[in-house]
Structures are given as structure tokens and as C-alpha cells.
Design a protein around this ligand. Sequence first.
Ligand SMILES: [Zn+2]
Length: 456
Amino acid sequence: MDMGNLDRKYWDMDIEPKLNTPEIKEMQLEKLKVALKWQYENTPFNRKRFDKAGVKPEDIQSFEDYAKAIPVAGQADLRGVIEEVGLDMDALMRELFGQKRMDDLYLITTTSGTTGIPTPYPNFHAGIREMQTLFHRVAWRMGMRPGDRIGLCFGLSMHAAGTPQILWLQNYPGLTIVPIGAEAGTEKILQFLQLFKVNIFTGTPSLALHLIEKCPEVLGVPVKALGIKLLMLGAEPGAGIPEVRHKLETEFGAKVFDGGGGYGCSCDHPIYQGMHWLADDLCYYELIDPNTGESVPMENGATGLMAATSLNPEGAVWFDMRFTLNDIHQVFTDPCPCGKSGLRYKIVGRADDMLKVKGVPVYPAAIEGVIHSFPEELTGAFRIVLDEPPPRVVPPLKLKIEFSDKMREDDLPSLEEKVKNKMKSLLKVNPAIQWLQPNTLERATKKTQVIEKTYE
Ligand SMILES: [Zn+2]
């Protein structure tokens, strides 16, 4: 397969130089108008949103019209649909995505829904083609090149970023995929990485950190001996935390990249710059004020609820029309010091997790970020103790934090000072810390619930 000039800056030299420019905005608006018409004609859920707002697609002629006309939709609307149609997954998907997309359904995975009910994550052929476009841009920027071998170490069983990755990376020139899967367990993962000479790892940051500890025990060599050249991480914060990134880069002798929360990836600038949004031609990105529902101007440093609208509606799943997954993003529209194109975004936390301490918004994900920035001193396990229902917290914010087995009891006072200082300077919060021995807190195999409610 022709892969073109191996030294070129971007995978797609037509589109990528134009990301985050007025020129691509014009293209977006034209595509948006077509996409909205498609949604109105083909998707019951979105047609109802138009009807409820009392507008027709042709009434929307500008981004401003769009922001005023259609309120953002999210988890609450989804629960509404589930209440209506029940757990008939086919009926649910027909309502949300429409028969036309369902006729193109190729693969079903799920996301862990906040409702406790697995939320279907369908993969339409048209969507897979779109994700290939995106993933090839991502892969090129991260430095995947012909001859590389990537080990997939996210969960493969029904996981939305598992099996579909095999399809998204298909046709990338010269790349070989080794679908190991997180289910294989640490020992087998390490053995397969070594046996099949995998040089790219993709999975969670916590698994990558765990491999550092386990590699000498399982294979008798340090993890660096595996010859991994890059780690493509996601699903949880880690790659964006300087200390975690440093540890992974040093121990693996590899470059670390962050992907997730949208259509993009981080760059290799030595200081984390957020993720570059690589999909202006595929998906329209917006920030919304979580309190008023109003559009937030896309200025450097702006923060808001991230919502997106697909410009390729036949393939879209959740971000099909002004939909939010409840993530709060901060955007950076100034050029990145790495010299590559695309506006950048950092994931600040989840809107429904927000706590307010003396009026200051604090996100559990941000607390987790600070805790993970001490990979030597802390195990990473912690709890936020709430005595009253959130979001309001009467200070001090109470935290239970496990210290690592490298620490002694008399190290704790100075460690406490370091952790508190970092929380004060980064999050404007002065917590009360209760120290716990390593492995005191229960480990969940899926997503850990970090809030401990004493009021229930
Ligand atoms: Zn950059």
C-alpha cells in the first residue's frame, strides 16, 4: 500500500493544516446544515428535539442560530428514552439513531452507563470509516510507521475502545495488530508483548504502570527491555499528569500520548499541552455553560461542558447532534508550542461530579490528578468523604489517601505538606487528609467509586 512521503508533517496534508482556521469554519457550517437536515429526516430522537424547539433545519443558517435553537442533550435525555421504550435495545437504538443507521449496523459494544444499565454503543459501517480517518491522523502524529506492531490492551469484551480499535486501525500502512486484551491478565500481556515483539502499547495508564512493577517478576527483565517505543493511553487521566508521564517515559524508554474524551490526541511537547482536536471536518466542537446552557465563546483558556455535533451523521453515535457526555473541558485556541495544528482541550472533570468548596468548583478527577502526581509516595487509591449531599461541601474537604509501601510513618508529615501545597496551588482547596496504610481501600475491577458518603 502506498503510504506517501514518510517525512510528511501530517497524515492528511489537505485537511490537517487547516484545522482551527476560519477556512475550515466555513466548511463546517455548510456540512452542519446538511447534517441537521439528515438528523431531522432520519432520527426520531433528534427530530423530536427540533419539534420541541419549534424549529426546522432550514431555520438554522449560522452557528449562532444553532446555539440558540437546539438545547444540548445528554444523559438525562437518554434516561428519558429508556423510560419510554424500556430495555428493548433494538427499539432504543432505533429511537436514538434511526432505522437508516440501524440498517448499516456492523458491531455492537457498550459503554458503562451512569444508569447502571449498559448503554449500547453501535458501530455503523459509516462510523467505522470515519474513525479510520481520525485514527490514521492520530497514529501518524504519534509516530506509528510501517513495520510497527501495536498490542491492544484495553478490554476487548464489549468495550467501546476495544475490538473497534482493530477496525479503526485497519488499512494503516504496515501496521500489525496484536489483540491481547486487558482480560488476558498481566502475566499473559507481558508474555505476548515480548513474544510478538510489540513496540506500541495501547491501554490504560494504570495498566502501563502495573506492567513496570510486574515485568521483572514475570519476564526477569525491566520493562524497558521490551522495546516499546510509544504508549497510546486513554480511558482515565494519567498521560496528562507530568509525574505519571515522566515515570512511564523513563521506565519504558518510550513516548507517551493521551487520547480520549473526543476526537484527538496529545502531542510530544515536553510539557503537556492537552489534546489536539483533529476532526474539524468530521465533528463540530462546542463549549456550553453548564448552569445556563448558553454557548461559551471559544477563547484561549475557556472552560465549559463539551458538546459535539457530527458532520457525518450516517456514522455518528453519541456526538450526533449537540450531545454532551458530561465532560468539562478547557480549550486552548492559541497555537501549540509543538507547532502542530488543531485547537487543544484538557478534560477538567465531569459536570455531575462537581463539588463546591467555599464556592470554588472542585472535580474528583482533578483531585485524582494531584494524587497520581505522586506515583512513588502514594498508591493512587483515595476517597473523598462527603458528610452532606453534593455539590456543596462545608470545608475542609475530607480525603482518605493511601501512602505507598515505600513510605514510613515518619515521612507522612512532610508528604502531607507536599500534597496539600499542590492541592492549594492547583485546585484552590485546603483538604483535611486521613492517611491509610497501602491496600486498605477496596479495589474495583471497573470504575472505582471515589466518593464515600457518610450521610446515607
Ligand atoms: Zn501540541
